[in-house]
Design a protein around this ligand. Structure first.
Ligand SMILES: CC(C)(COP(=O)(O)OP(=O)(O)OC[C@H]1O[C@@H](n2cnc3c(N)ncnc32)[C@H](O)[C@@H]1OP(=O)(O)O)[C@@H](O)C(=O)NCCC(=O)NCCS
Length: 218
């Protein structure tokens, strides 16, 4: 099995959106059906300024017994790019702006936790929002998430990258491990978005991340 990264375009969304949402629901362990609500939102994001998406695609021979389960299952379904290529990871984001709900939630949270307005303006002035980053569980633990993130952030002109991720006891999951390893620091902790009781953390770091791809893969 070989894995490569591909830039995903808005025009091709009808090809990749469904498998990408499937990865998202599986990786986040959300109930089936969540993807139906998210599809409209993800489609809407495509038109936002600075939107960019990267996919990780696995190429496997149909007989490759080492292929992860997801690959073998996908081969019997018509969502693959072709019969030996399937999406196993997705990352996307866009340029943050004040008229976006996520930006307004962050500003609200910072205000509620006592940050002065000039500091809030500074944090939210010029950033790329890492909106989604997911690798199918059968392909996790091989550095694909880090690879996707590097590729997504390469060449960005924003001053920083910001994201939100669920709070996890002792920060003990792959997402936290990845973000900390790459130098993301706390922006705001234990924030509850309007309409969602779960606590989230906002993390961020300055850009550029590094000059080169982490493992020289292309
Ligand atoms: C978070 C997520 C995208 C990370 O992707 P990933 O490919 O599993 O993670 P990484 O790129 O960090 O690699 C994972 C491990 O592989 C290791 N690794 C790195 N490069 C490697 C390589 N070339 N070969 C083998 N292993 C490698 C890393 O050290 C890391 O080890 P660790 O988990 O013990 O820290 C993925 O785990 C995921 O989808 N999680 C569920 C959804 C989620 O939480 N998304 C983020 C929401 S904000």
């Amino acid at each position: 099995m070989t894995i490569r990264l591909v830039d995903l375009t808005g025009q091709d969304a009808r090809i990749w959106l469904e498998p990408a949402l499937d990865i998202y629901v599986t990786a986040m362990n959300y109930p089936r059906g969540t993807e139906i609500h998210r599809a409209a939102l993800w489609r809407d994001h495509i038109s936002r300024p600075g939107w960019r998406a990267v996919g990780a695609v696995a190429t496997v021979a149909p007989t490759d017994v080492r292929a992860p389960d997801v690959v073998r299952r996908r081969l019997s379904r018509p969502v693959a790019v072709d019969d030996t290529e399937i999406l196993i990871g997705i990352a996307y984001g866009y340029r943050g702006a004040r008229d976006q709900w996520w930006n307004q939630q962050l500003r609200l949270g910072l205000r509620q936790s006592g940050h002065p307005e000039p500091d809030i303006d500074e944090v939210t002035r010029d950033y790329f929002e890492l909106t989604e980053l997911h690798v199918h569980p059968s392909a996790q633990g091989r550095g694909i998430g880090e690879w996707l993130l590097h590729r997504l952030l390469t060449g960005r002109t924003e001053r920083s990258v910001l994201l939100s991720t669920p709070e996890i006891p002792a920060e003990d999951n792959r997402a936290w491990s990845l973000y900390r390893r790459l130098g993301f620091v706390d922006v705001l902790r234990h924030f509850t978005f309007t309409g969602d009781p779960r606590p989230f953390a906002f993390l961020g770091r300055s850009l550029p991340l590094v000059a080169d791809d982490p493992r020289g893969r292309s």
